[in-house]
Ligand binder design. Structure first.
Ligand code: SAM
Length: 249
């Protein structure tokens, strides 16, 4: 296996609080067309669970034990949902199912592939699990060049608790970026928990993504700048790709 780096082991219990992107409807648009999907890098089930609640069968792949733990906690008292969700411990380049799927999602996951070897191994493995014509939908940040010292980010209030996140970003030599995160939880003004975590993402260009997709047997159908299906505009830091497996492998 290549360079999997987990940046979610310590703060997985805080993930859903801070990372609540409004992209469920976007992914549901694709999931409802086919009724079953592969969700790779499924995390806490933030995307998979609402899809399963709407009748989609979701096959999830997630390498982080802490993220899987959060996912399983949500399923614990929901037997109906459990029937529609399969969760396996693996990364994108090594998961195995004995069948092929009509569609696969990488939501917030492609950025974590740290070099071309890992990207290609992952895309090839996903292609192996897709039917010919099957879709791969994924988002990627092209604007990952920002450096900043660790400084206050978001504050979230929930019940009796107030959560603060501090974020620092540093570009590393090998086209990766390290994000340093500090989470602080306060109750009645008193600090009750502090967690620090380092998260690594890879920096990649549009051209390189196209090249790797081609090598793995994918063609790009459409590209968007946001989760409202706005066609991709150059300079948009967020790139969302709808690709199709074009050949049998
Ligand atoms: C930003 S989170 C996204 C989680 C979820 N898809 C969502 O949208 O909320 C990225 C997830 O990708 C997982 N991940 C990181 N590297 C991975 C890899 N090589 N293969 C599969 N998943 C990976 C992380 O453990 C984490 O759960």
């Amino acid at each position: 296996m290549t360079r999997y780096h987990s940046g979610y082991e310590k703060a997985a219990h805080l993930y859903d609080l801070f990372d609540c992107k409004e992209n469920i409807e976007f992914f549901y648009h694709y999931a409802r067309q086919v009724g079953e999907i592969l969700d790779i890098g499924a995390g806490t089930g933030r995307v998979a669970i609402p899809l399963a609640e709407r009748g989609v069968n979701v096959y999830c792949v997630e390498p982080s034990p802490a993220m899987r733990h959060e996912f399983k906690k949500k399923l614990a008292f929901q037997p109906e949902l459990k029937k529609r969700i399969t969760l396996v411990a693996a990364d994108a380049s090594s998961f195995r199912f004995d069948r092929k799927f009509p569609a696969a999602f990488l939501a917030g996951c492609f950025d974590h592939f740290l070099d071309d070897e890992q990207r290609l191994a992952s895309l090839n493995n996903i292609a192996d699990h897709l039917e010919v014509g099957g879709k791969l939908i994924f988002d990627v940040f092209l604007g990952l060049l920002e450096e900043r010292p660790c400084s206050p980010g978001e504050t979230i209030k929930s019940g009796a608790f107030e959560y603060h996140r501090y974020i620092g970003k540093k570009r590393l030599a090998d086209n990766t970026q390290e994000t340093h995160l500090i989470f602080e939880t306060y109750k009645a003004g008193e600090l009750v928990e502090q967690v620090e975590e380092d998260n690594l993402v890879g920096i990649i260009s549009w051209e390189n993504i196209l090249r790797l997709l081609g090598k793995a047997g994918f063609r790009v159908n459409r590209a968007f700048s946001n989760y409202n299906f706005t066609p991709y505009q150059e300079e948009s830091p967020l790139l969302i790709i709808e690709a199709r497996k074009s050949s049998a492998k």
